[in-house]
Design a protein around this ligand. Structure first.
Ligand code: ASP
Length: 438
């Protein structure tokens, strides 16, 4: 059995045990014990992944871009990548809007429950609206300004600024392409070996994935439930229909859009793709962060699906930061759900505005836990729905965040596979294993 399959089972066991432990801990009031002795294993795991995410982006993107040898190839691969990212996000948003308009989960929230939820999450909501306000009170082209840092070290020092690091690395890669090869080579060799180093580090970190995932799940469940698990049951009762709508939307996108792309545009078997991506999907689920999962996504896509390093090192870091299909789909459903729950009817124009703002919001959403809900405030304001409405859905956001992050990561991997296939840079491991006859 290849290492990643074994690891996949070990991670699943860690995940299930973490879930069971979390529920038992909440039922027995072991929150403090869990915080002190169990959650730290999860924190160490996620910290290790985050620790190497920025070095990985720098090393892999610079090597990736520089290895493209000319700007024409860069703009061709870049164009395909961005085009596919935009298309898949658009499809995700449309699926989200159709699901929420058909199921109408907002109409199922009783008014007294609405008031209760709003009161419970008042504090949380205010802080998130504050963050979104800062994001909104800026000039129209602010997102463009935000991508271009004025100081490299301040970008590197905050994982939320990954998009700036992506920009810097592509910029340096372009510079290297334009330099005479013999002058550029020492730097390319340096970043190439830094890239290999990071890949080895990922392999070491993944050894602790089962324990890390156990700690993360146990910690998440016990922090959501606190010492009163009946709270979770109550919340799921009120928001169950909304969660179901998001889950159906995410499922449809993952089960229709990606397989269609893979089947029509690549020779990769769906089973190979799913098996190859499972470790990354499990890590995405447990960490709720596409940024933290990036090292595992890259390793899985290259080793298990056969995407060349040249393609994966360009497409995936970019995707982790700008391509968030799961987040966009969730934002569309959440925005309409809140409007429905507040008894507001959304016109077709408002729904088109949701699509446009959610496209931008999912690009601007940082690849970290809960970033999607902050950007949701901006969408709500664009369609004149009170942003206080996010209080309604905050209670279940962590669970949905785990699921949408899985879709975000799967979307990046799908696009990487399609781009690699179109460039003749796909070396499917199973095919490679078949001996060539002369
Ligand atoms: N947690 C998501 C990610 O990292 C972003 C979000 O939707 O909050 O992909």
């Amino acid at each position: 059995m290849p290492w990643y399959r074994k690891l996949h089972w070990q991670i699943i066991i860690g995940l299930v045990l973490g879930l069971i432990y979390g529920v038992i801990a909440a039922a027995n009031g072991w929150v403090e014990f869990t915080d002190n002795w169990i959650t730290p294993f999860g924190t160490v795991f996620i910290n290790l992944l985050k620790l190497i995410a920025i070095p990985l982006i720098i090393a892999s993107l610079i090597t990736g871009v520089a290895s493209l040898s000319d700007l024409k190839k860069l703009s061709r691969i870049g164009g395909k990548t961005i085009g596919l990212y935009l298309c898949t996000t658009l499809v995700a948003l449309i699926i989200g809007l159709v699901v929420v308009n058909v199921l109408k989960p907002g109409n199922a929230v009783p008014p007294e429950m609405r008031q209760e939820l709003e009161q419970t999450y008042q504090g949380d909501m205010e802080s998130r609206i504050g963050i979104a306000d800062e994001a909104r009170d800026r000039v129209a082209l602010q997102p463009l300004i935000d991508i271009v840092p004025d100081n490299l070290f301040s970008s590197i020092s905050d994982n939320r600024n990954m998009l700036q690091v992506v920009f810097f690395s592509i910029f340096v890669g372009i510079g290297l392409i334009l330099m005479p090869r013999e002058k550029a080579q020492p730097l390319i060799t340096f970043f190439d070996s830094a890239n290999d180093l990071v890949i080895r580090l990922v392999e070491i970190i993944m050894f602790m994935a089962p324990i890390g995932v156990f700690g993360l799940l146990a910690g998440t469940i016990s922090s959501i439930a606190g010492d009163d698990p009946s709270q979770i049951v109550e919340l799921i009762g009120a928001l169950g229909y909304y969660c179901l709508a998001v889950i159906i939307g995410l499922f449809l996108h993952a089960a229709i859009t990606y397989p269609t792309l893979l089947k029509t545009l690549t020779p990769v078997k769906l089973s190979t793709f799913m098996k190859g991506m499972s470790a990354a999907q499990l890590v995405a689920f447990s960490t709720s962060s596409s940024g933290a999962t990036l090292p595992v996504t890259m390793e899985s896509v290259e080793k298990n699906i056969g995407v060349s390093e040249e393609v994966s090192s360009f497409v995936l870091p970019l995707g982790a930061t700008i391509n968030m299909d799961g987040t966009g789909l969730y934002q569309a459903i959440a925005a309409v759900f809140i409007a429905q729950a507040l008894g507001m009817d959304l016109s077709l124009t408002a729904q088109v505005v949701i699509v446009l703002t959610a496209m931008l919001a999912s690009i601007g959403t940082a690849a970290v836990p809960s970033a999607g809900i902050v950007m949701l405030v901006i969408i709500l304001e664009a369609i004149n729905v009170p942003s206080e409405g996010i209080a309604l859905i905050l209670g279940v956001d962590r669970i949905l965040d785990m699921l949408r992050t899985v879709v975000n990561v799967t979307g990046d991997a799908t696009v990487a596979t399609v781009v690699a296939a179109s460039e003749g840079q796909l070396d499917i491991p199973e095919l490679a294993a078949v001996p060539q006859t002369a």
